[in-house]
Design a binder for this molecule. Structure first.
Ligand code: DAH
Length: 338
């Protein structure tokens, strides 16, 4: 009889202890099974009335039940202790680092949207182009000295220079657009270009450019000026003035260099604008008749403007960054600032 009671206490006690989910519950169960007033402990008071041989057997069983329950209690306590240390429902959650857009990506998207709002179609053209697209169709035939303006990374084919190269400027998309779409048209491309150049604070062997062109029967330099001015105002969120200077690019005639007033000193002259009050930001001009003719466009009927802007330099100006290379690095101290 006594034996059965003890075995029941053992079975039920173990179960109850293991069912506890909090330390509080566990302490209550401990009182129920192991305190002086517990059923188990009160049983021991009757042991003196037992016969000597029973006393030994029941005594052993009693100790076994008591020790097993104590052991089970301690193990469960350890388990619950661990959980309660690791989980505090009121403790603030750990912040997960989900990353963010890189300054470059973010700026490229903004630039893209500005051009869309100015009425341009955006065309993503290849980074690998052929020699004709990068040079010949742009009025820079082989052996023309102007080719030296662009230090080119040629693609080798069986150790021989092939016709393919990494585009040195996004202007390489123009012939394709002029042959694929008929005027009137307005297109821009944004992307990476490559130059075989030593790197320093203001030069990298890869950087981003935008090239835009507009072609119709009436397109003129005023349209060009308006478009470029609007672009810079939208990009810098400031009132920007631009000026044209005559320059040479084989694919435009006249060719122009575009300056904006220095955004740091507002034309008062500072180190950034090399004390001129102006910063050079783009190349531009009216599309050369030879470029139109090679795309089989009647250059007597249609005229167009084109311009190209280096994007990394603009981002550097806007955010006061003094080394172009850091834009393409993975330095989180830099990246996380934006
Ligand atoms: N492609 C020229 C460069 O990389 C920039 C440029 C100048 C683009 C004049 C044009 C342009 O579209 O009309 O230096």
């Amino acid at each position: 009889m006594l034996k059965d009671i003890l075995k029941n206490i053992l079975d039920q006690g173990k179960k109850d202890i293991l069912m506890c989910r909090t330390l509080e519950e566990l302490e209550n169960i401990k009182i129920k099974y192991l305190s002086r007033k517990s059923e188990l402990m009160s049983l021991s008071k009757n042991f003196s009335q037992l016969k000597p041989n029973e006393k030994k057997e029941i005594g052993n069983l009693f100790n076994l039940v008591k020790n097993t329950l104590i052991k089970t209690y301690e193990e469960q306590k350890q388990r619950l202790d661990k959980i309660s240390i690791n989980f505090d429902p009121e403790h603030p959650g750990k912040q997960i680092n989900i990353g963010r857009e890189h300054l470059l990506t973010n700026s490229l998207v903004k630039i893209r949207n500005i051009f869309i709002n100015l009425g341009f179609n955006i065309y993503d053209y290849h980074q690998i182009v052929n020699e004709k697209e990068n040079f010949d169709y742009l009025n820079i035939p082989r052996n023309h000295p102007a080719r030296d303006l662009w230090d080119t990374l040629w693609i080798e084919n069986k150790n021989k220079k092939s016709d393919y190269l990494l585009r040195t400027h996004t202007t390489a998309f123009q012939h394709y657009i002029l042959t694929k779409y008929r005027p009137p048209l307005r297109f821009a491309t944004i992307g990476k270009v490559f130059r075989y150049e030593a790197t320093d604070k203001s030069h990298d062997f890869e950087f981003y450019q935008i090239d835009a062109l507009s072609l119709s029967e009436t397109t003129n330099l005023q349209n060009l000026k308006y478009t470029i001015e609007k672009f810079f105002i939208n990009f810098f969120h400031k009132d920007i003035k631009i000026r044209f200077r005559p320059s040479y690019f084989p694919f435009v005639e006249p060719g122009l260099e575009v300056d904006i007033n220095c955004i740091f000193c507002n034309n008062k002259k500072c180190a950034t604008c090399k004390f001129s009050g102006w910063i050079e930001v783009a190349g531009a001009g009216m599309i050369h008749p030879s470029v139109l003719a090679q795309a089989k466009i009647d250059y007597k009927k249609y005229r167009g403007f084109a311009f190209g802007i280096g994007i990394d330099r603009l981002i550097m100006l806007k955010h006061n960054i003094n080394d172009i290379r850091i834009l393409h690095s993975s330095d989180l101290r830099f990246i996380n600032q934006f």
